[in-house]
Design a protein around this ligand. Structure first.
Ligand SMILES: [Zn+2]
Length: 437
């Protein structure tokens, strides 16, 4: 940007944008991590969980699948494992290697290269796959070895054998990669979305057999609260979690009688958690679970989730920029959204909201109406002021929806056809355009 032509800017507070689009969140971002509920749950399990006999206490981080100390070593904290099988790698076992029996292998030059290497290594590339010895099939698909051998490009198998015997100068030295190694390696490291999709079709994905999809080591999973391990409690909808935790807040639960220090810790954590849950439930998000990954949320859900987090943040003097926070919200929950917005305002913040939902527009202290139409026909500031003043702005479409009764009366009964609804821009001899272009 060029240096703006101003001497001074003042009264400009810091801004926090709660965007609608997702940016590029990692798949490890979840409802629990965005709202910090996961942190509090980990603290709860670390400090107040029930440990099996002889099990040393664990730090909060040990209850996170995103730390080396917590992650299940078999699936690296993902909860699922990718594998290949002969069936997925070789879908049609009547084919020969030359006929691309190993479908998982790359196509074009690299596929031909691997076939030529097999010829040098003495494998029969012209026999149907299923007639090859089991030992050979296993080696070709599953070996971790990567031998480098001379390749005679364009030679028949017989010519290759002869060339090898005569120690002829090869076309080049080629390195072999087994089909399993190729698929898993490509899936894990490729930068190309297309390549990833291609190799993904040869993978099977299943819950990790060690952690049963719970993503953690056995030690943290052996610690319980209310009879559940941390993975199980993270699968409860927020409203269920709220019901479960409430009795612990004021010592109604007798679970910590005789352990006053533990009871105090539990109470502190409960206060924090229940205050967060309160806002989340109020915003109509009680059906979400902490473990739900955020890329699977709708843009509106994600924005309200962030809004709920901000309401609890106790920041003040900040401008919050929100892009259609009502998107995807059930109309019944609009009230709750307004309450959350009011809470942010009441804490000493300003809100800048891009919105079409009229119930929310009506609550604004100040309105900037941009129009008059969409796309190229828009972009003009039609009005800037309090709600009531917008009623007099003839070019505003928003006005018609905000003040429907008066508008109807002013238009008169004979002006109801859709064409008449469109206004040409002030005084120019333009043809009326249909709405919504
Ligand atoms: Zn695992």
């Amino acid at each position: 940007m060029e240096v703006p032509e101003v001497d001074e800017i003042e009264g400009l507070p810091p801004a926090v944008a709660l965007q609608q689009q997702r940016g590029s969140p990692t798949t490890r971002s979840s409802v629990g991590s965005v709202t910090t509920l996961s942190n509090l749950l980990r603290m709860l399990y670390s400090r107040a969980g029930d440990y099996p006999r002889n099990q040393p206490l664990l730090y909060a981080e040990s209850f996170s699948p995103n730390t080396p100390g917590g992650a299940c070593p078999n699936c690296h904290g993902i909860g699922r494992v990718h594998e290949v099988s002969e069936r997925t790698l070789v879908p049609d076992d009547k084919r020969t290697i030359r006929e691309r029996a190993v479908a998982a292998w790359p196509t074009a030059w690299q596929g031909q290269n691997l076939r030529d290497i097999l010829v040098t290594l003495g494998y029969d590339v012209d026999k149907p796959w299923r007639e090859l010895p089991k030992q050979d099939r296993n080696w070709i698909l599953f070996t971790e070895e990567q031998p480098t051998v001379p390749v005679y490009a364009g030679y028949t198998p017989a010519e290759t054998r002869r060339a090898l015997k005569r120690k002829e100068e090869p076309s080049y030295q080629g390195t072999f990669t087994g089909a399993r190694k190729y698929v898993l390696q490509t899936f894990a490291t490729t930068q190309s979305a297309m390549m990833k999709r291609r190799v993904a079709q040869f993978l099977t994905s299943a819950d990790c057999s060690i952690c049963k999809g719970k993503r953690l080591r056995p030690e943290p999973l052996s610690v319980t609260f209310a009879g559940m391990d941390i993975a199980e409690i993270s699968r409860l909808p927020l409203m269920k979690l709220d019901q479960l935790l409430k009795p612990y807040l004021h010592g109604e639960s007798k679970a910590y009688d005789g352990h006053p220090e533990k009871a105090l810790v539990v109470q502190r954590i409960m206060e924090e958690m229940l205050a967060r849950l309160d806002v989340l439930l109020d915003l109509g998000l009680g059906y979400l679970t902490p473990e739900r990954s955020t890329p699977t949320l709708s843009p509106g859900e994600l924005q309200r989730l962030r809004l709920a987090t901000q309401v609890r943040s106790n920041l003040f003097g900040v401008v919050y920029v929100l892009d259609e926070p009502s998107a995807g919200l059930h109309p019944a929950d609009t009230e709750a959204l307004l309450r959350a917005l009011h809470r942010l305002k009441a804490s000493g913040n300003s809100l800048f909201v891009v919105e079409h939902e009229l119930d929310i527009v009506r609550c604004a202290d100040w309105i900037v109406d941009v129009g008059p139409d969409a796309g190229e026909q828009g972009g003009e500031v039609l009005y800037c002021g309090t709600l009531s003043g917008l009623e007099k702005v003839r070019r505003s479409h928003t006005r018609r929806y905000l003040f429907p009764q008066k508008e109807k009366a002013a238009r008169g009964p004979d002006q109801a056809s859709p064409r008449r609804l469109v206004e040409t821009s002030g005084g120019h001899s333009q043809q009326p355009r249909p709405l919504g272009r």
